[in-house]
Design a binder for this molecule. Structure first.
Ligand code: XMP
Length: 537
């Protein structure tokens, strides 16, 4: 469980920046793909970070990247407020690859010409290779690359040569070999670009001279050293939720500081059937990591009595969580540090959404506030320890695996902080919680049995406050309804309803109606997100 970073007194949070490692810096000009470029580079086992395009030359020198990639962006380089990096960049002697907008900026600042193309180019294009040297080695002539641009390079800057073109774009890839400056009009990072990874590998290994050294094991060793150096013999508190982030964090910290870590699991009474018991047992007996189990179920349920507004419910749960957390941490403490499962996407300074294409200004910070349970009061002045802050979610899974976390946790579907309380629509009672918990258990069992658990981003049951008439045996029934929610998604921001096989739906529906007292009807949610959300509240 993550506590909202914005509300925490971050007196001594760690710097997000990794140094002492070979690294490729990505300067973000507002592209929706900047993060993706970083992920692709990391796939080559070279560390990579996304930085704002405003990063100063001094800061870049301090970070000492082996190469720099300039991202795409929504602006036109000749627009009045378009984002520009410091032109000194070109003279640093560091290899640079400009992607789309990044290439156009390179061309404009180095004396070439960029103009609005007669016809923009969007989607797939066949890349005709004119010079298969360095950047395009092993990239097949005619390979598909993915384009998305309205502007084009009309004239290359002095010293540049043409590497490739497409039907629509005369300068699709260009290079100044001597200065190690490269530009591509297409997006090598997206999955539709067939030769994209080969190109990125060429850049990273051959042009920048990086070694493939960034692996999970090196990450773990370094993170353990770093935590030890930072925390020393002080005590650290971690709120365990049972998800992959907090579990991985627990493993990592336990390896680093052993008994000075206290894992606390607050059971609000909204967990899935058997989960709290299983989690505590797993940690204690199998992983040998002690967990303080706090049974707060009754407190939470009584606070929710009679409350049916979803936001109100979330607020009450959030506040109650903070109170329990505070009381328990005082009881178990004192602690110097609070461990947080902050991930890299949470701290990327300048993400695409944050830059206004007209002014180049940051407009809003991306904070998924509803994904966090709440902030901590001022008097809990913990320092933060956030060893996962450099990782993407899939990297956390990999680290968890390497540390020995079982697949059931590594692959666990996301589960919201407020738990089953937001899957009982309207007011929450112990009886209703029991119904949704049982229905959810059946869904989980049957999905597991069918071997399709990992096909879905989430698969769960929601209790609707709707009663309808049914007949069971010779008896008329008047009982509640369960809705099944099965979705596929990449990141939870958008989602599609999953095409669940009919026989699986049938088994689930039959079992729920037969086995869960109080339910006589099962319906299926076929709404995508947007316009729906994944959870119903
Ligand atoms: P929605 O319902 O907004 O959910 O489409 C998107 C994803 O976020 C999860 N979710 C939460 N996770 N605390 C969490 O840790 C929360 O309060 C919360 N609310 C929604 C949801 O399960 C889905 O994966």
């Amino acid at each position: 469980m993550t506590l909202a970073p914005s509300n925490l007194p971050q007196t001594a949070s760690e710097s997000p920046t990794q140094i002492g490692h070979e690294m490729i810096a990505i300067l973000d000009f507002g592209s929706q793909y900047s993060e993706l470029i970083a992920r692709r580079i990391r796939e080559t086992k070279v560390y990579s970070e996304v930085l704002s395009y405003r990063t100063t030359i001094e800061e870049i020198k301090r970070l000492n990247p082996k190469g720099i990639i300039l991202s795409g962006g929504p602006s036109s380089v000749y627009a009045e407020y378009s984002p520009h990096s410091d032109p000194e960049l070109w003279g640093l002697g560091i290899p640079i690859l400009g992607v789309c907008y990044g290439m156009q900026l390179m061309v404009q600042q180095l004396g070439g010409q960029v103009e609005q193309a007669e016809r923009g180019e969007y989607g797939k294009a066949a890349l005709c290779i004119d010079d298969p040297i360095d950047l395009l080695t092993n990239v097949e002539d005619g390979t598909t690359m993915w384009m998305s641009h309205g502007d084009s390079v009309l004239a290359m800057p002095p010293g540049f040569e043409l590497l490739a073109h497409t039907d629509n774009t005369p300068c699709a890839a260009i290079a100044n070999h001597e200065r190690k400056l490269y530009g591509v009009q297409f997006h090598p990072e997206v999955v539709h670009s067939k030769g994209g990874m080969a190109l990125l590998r060429n850049f990273v290994y051959h042009i920048c001279g990086c070694e493939p050294e960034w692996t999970t094991t090196t990450f773990i060793d370094e993170a353990v050293q770093e935590v030890r150096a930072r925390v020393g013999d002080k005590r650290v508190l971690l709120a365990l939720s049972g998800g992959v982030d907090s579990s991985t964090l627990a493993f990592l910290l336990h390896r680093a500081i052993g008994d000075n870590l206290t894992c606390m699991f607050i059971d609000q009474g909204f967990m899935r059937k058997n989960e709290p018991e299983r989690l505590v047992k797993l940690f204690k007996e199998q992983f040998k990591i002690p967990v303080v189990y706090v049974d707060a179920g009754e407190r939470f349920v009584s606070k929710l009595a009679g409350v049916s507004d979803p936001e109100q419910k979330r607020k009450i749960i959030g506040n109650e969580f903070i109170q329990v957390f505070e009381q328990e941490s005082l009881r178990l403490g004192p602690f110097d540090y609070l461990a947080q499962g902050t991930l890299y996407p949470d701290i990327i300074e300048s993400s695409g959404e944050n830059i206004d294409p007209r002014t180049g200004e940051r407009v809003a910070v991306k904070i998924k506030s509803h994904h966090n349970v709440g902030g901590l009061p001022e008097n809990l002045r913990f320092k933060l320890v956030e060893p996962l802050r450099r990782l993407f979610k899939d990297e956390v899974r990999q680290v968890g695996r390497t540390l020995g976390l079982p697949e059931e946790i590594v692959q666990r579907q996301p589960f919201p902080g407020p738990g089953l309380a937001i899957r009982v629509l309207g007011d929450v009672t112990p009886e209703k919680l029991e119904m949704v918990r049982e229905a959810d258990f059946i869904v989980r069992q049957e999905v597991n049995r069918s071997g399709s658990y990992n096909h879905y981003w989430q698969s769960f049951a929601v209790l609707l406050p709707v009663k309808s008439v049914g007949v069971m045996g010779d008896q008329r029934t008047y009982a509640y309804t369960i809705a099944l929610r099965f979705v596929t998604s990449e990141d939870g921001m958008t989602a599609d309803w999953a095409r669940v096989p009919y026989d699986l739906l049938e088994t689930i529906s039959t079992r729920i109606v037969n086995e869960v007292r109080g339910i006589n009807r099962v319906v299926l949610d076929i709404t995508s997100k947007p316009p729906g959300t994944i959870e119903w509240e």
